[in-house]
Design a protein around this ligand. Structure first.
Ligand code: FAD
Ligand code: SF4
Length: 512
């Protein structure tokens, strides 16, 4: 055999570079479902189903093209992990080359390298052409940055110019690079108006068989499978994209940061899982959004806001992941050690914002960006939760969770665990932020204005305790200097009362 080609569970595209120049008479493909990938974190049932169903659908696509493929179904073999599968295949086929597209996960890359070395087989790792910025390109960009902190905004402007997206000659369309300020509206008193329900998919027989398998093999894992609405094939993913562009994109920007009781999806695209499995290509998603702007179907602020997430943040965090691994995995700038409260796995907390965001996550495998960053991530920072436990939780519970995108967002952005390598400040705020951006506080037993007392909002108490504790660090930073000016105005006894109350709250974290 010439090439043994590994296709990983998040590489489900015929554009996979490992499949280019494929010769069925000399090459062979291997795909595998293994227990370790569903159990190394306590994976949500929706997430496991999504991966297995999408993989099996993609295997059908390959088989329809008569590509020689060995597919290991979870319930039909005993190999505990991917390395054991590759080992068996290498022993059986003795290929010249083990060929794979760049994996999305540092851990899998290590396993591939170790396996190839052990079996004295050449390992060919091909650059992943799905991304618009390759890992070496990002590394070169990072080396050119004068500041030791990397800024997404600088990276994003370079990408806009490189790909000539939303550009008028050398200038950004509309005159500004960034319409972030227009993208922070709350939903007022009336909540979401004229909100289209998201496009959901009915499971086909293949997905139904995976659902039955997941229910049987992972009964204790979080989540439910009464409904499974996610796209698992490229045609479904394309339908979701078309629906988003027509029905949601025009409002996406305006309400990008807003939250509302019992409205988990608002105007968000729900495209992340399809993008991360590579059922969709980022370029086609961006082009569809830009075209809607050119045709006058969506305003510039919305389209720019959406494109920034994909061309900017998504490419940027991937670059950062490969730059910072493996250190990012154990980063802990604030030395936070507290265990995750058990209600992270039940949603049963009296804090309405967390009960909503965690509750919907456990129910659906989804929360949008601000719910992840400014509710769950924010509480985790303020309460001093262990970044490693928080990251494992995020990797487990979201349908779109894959480590290259989850870890930089959790450890780097939400928790400031790598000391602000690519964020200009720690994302900390009091309950007032959540009150402004949602209606959660109106349904809560706590009051976001109060720092101390039985009714005091835990976010507000812990925010002030955080500012007091890190006053000098925050005073050094241009973007947080104003925050701590209020601390300087507090008397010593006020500060001490907050610190004492915050400690009490944290002692009773399970009851909050
Ligand atoms: P939309 O709001 O519709 O955004 C459009 C697209 O932009 C998304 O589909 C996604 O591909 C991209 N995007 C938006 N923000 C980011 C970002 N910060 N980083 C990378 N891509 C972005 N995204 C994941 O894909 N997987 C994760 O495991 C993940 N974990 C996160 C953890 C935390 C703590 C935070 C703050 C963010 C995380 N994100 C993650 C980014 C973002 O929250 C999700 O991509 C988004 O909520 C998915 O929903 P959507 O498809 O409706 O996105
Ligand atoms: Fe969350 Fe505090 Fe508002 Fe309650 S009062 S919903 S805990 S921010």
């Amino acid at each position: 055999m010439r090439n043994l080609i590994v296709i990983l569970g998040d590489q489900l595209t015929l554009d996979n570079p490992a499949l280019q120049a494929f010769d069925p008479s000399q090459d062979h493909i291997v795909m595998a479902e293994v227990m370790q990938e569903s159990t190394h974190v306590w994976s949500h049932k929706q997430r496991i189903t999504l991966f297995l169903s999408a993989m099996r659908h993609f295997a059908d696509t390959l088989q329809a093209r008569h590509f020689p493929l060995t597919y290991f179904k979870l319930d039909a073999h005993d190999h505990p992990d991917l390395a054991a599968v590759w080992q068996a295949m290498l022993q059986q086929h003795k290929p010249d080359v083990l060929r794979v597209c760049e994996p999305g996960d540092w851990r899998v890359l290590q396993a591939l390298q170790t396996t190839a070395k052990k079996h004295h087989v050449a390992l060919e790792i091909l650059q992943d052409t799905h991304y618009m910025c390759s890992i070496p390109q990002f590394q070169r960009w990072a080396e050119r940055q004068k500041n030791t902190s990397l800024r997404m905004e600088n990276f994003y402007r370079g990408m806009r110019k490189k790909y000539k997206l939303l550009m008028k000659g050398d200038a950004p369309a509309g005159g500004d690079w960034n319409y972030d300020k227009e993208n922070r509206q709350h939903l007022g008193k009336d909540g979401p108006q004229k909100l289209e329900p998201p496009l959901r998919f009915v499971p086909d027989p293949l997905t139904l068989s995976v659902i039955a398998l997941v229910k049987k093999r992972f009964p204790e894992h979080p989540g439910q499978l009464d409904e499974f609405p996610w796209p698992v094939t490229r045609p479904q993913a394309l339908k979701l994209l078309t629906h988003f562009i027509a029905e949601k994109l025009p409002q996406f920007g305006t309400y990008q940061d807003a939250m509302w009781q019992d409205s988990p999806y608002l105007w968000h695209s729900l495209l992340a899982s399809a993008l991360n499995l590579k059922l969709l290509n980022p370029r086609e998603v961006i082009d569809a959004a830009e075209q809607a702007y050119q045709q006058g179907l969506a305003p510039l602020a919305s389209v720019e806001g959406f494109i920034r997430q994909i061309l900017g943040w998504r490419e940027f965090v991937r670059g950062v992941y490969w730059l910072e691994m493996p250190a990012l995995k154990s980063a802990n700038f604030f030395k936070h050690q507290r265990d995750l409260p058990t209600w992270f796995w039940t949603g049963q907390t009296q804090m309405q914002c967390l009960s909503q965001c965690i509750g919907q996550t456990l129910e659906t495998g989804y929360a949008h960006h601000i719910q992840r960053l400014m509710v769950i991530g924010l509480f985790s920072t303020l309460a001093g939760l262990s970044p490693q436990q928080v990251a494992d939780w995020f990797l487990a519970v979201y349908v779109d969770a894959v480590e290259w995108v989850e870890l930089p967002n959790v450890a780097g952005m939400a928790l400031y665990a790598n000391g602000g390598r690519f964020t200009s400040k720690p994302y900390v705020a009091s309950g007032a932020y959540i009150q402004r951006m949602s209606n959660y506080c109106a349904h809560c037993r706590y009051d976001p204005k109060l720092k101390i007392g039985d009714a005091a909002c835990p976010f507000t108490t812990l925010y002030w305790a955080f500012l007091i504790k890190h006053e000098s660090l925050l005073a050094e930073n241009q973007r947080t200097r104003l925050m701590v000016q209020h601390v300087a105005k507090m008397t010593a006894s006020e500060q001490s009362a907050i610190k004492v109350f915050a400690r009490q709250r944290l002692k009773q974290i399970e009851q909050l």
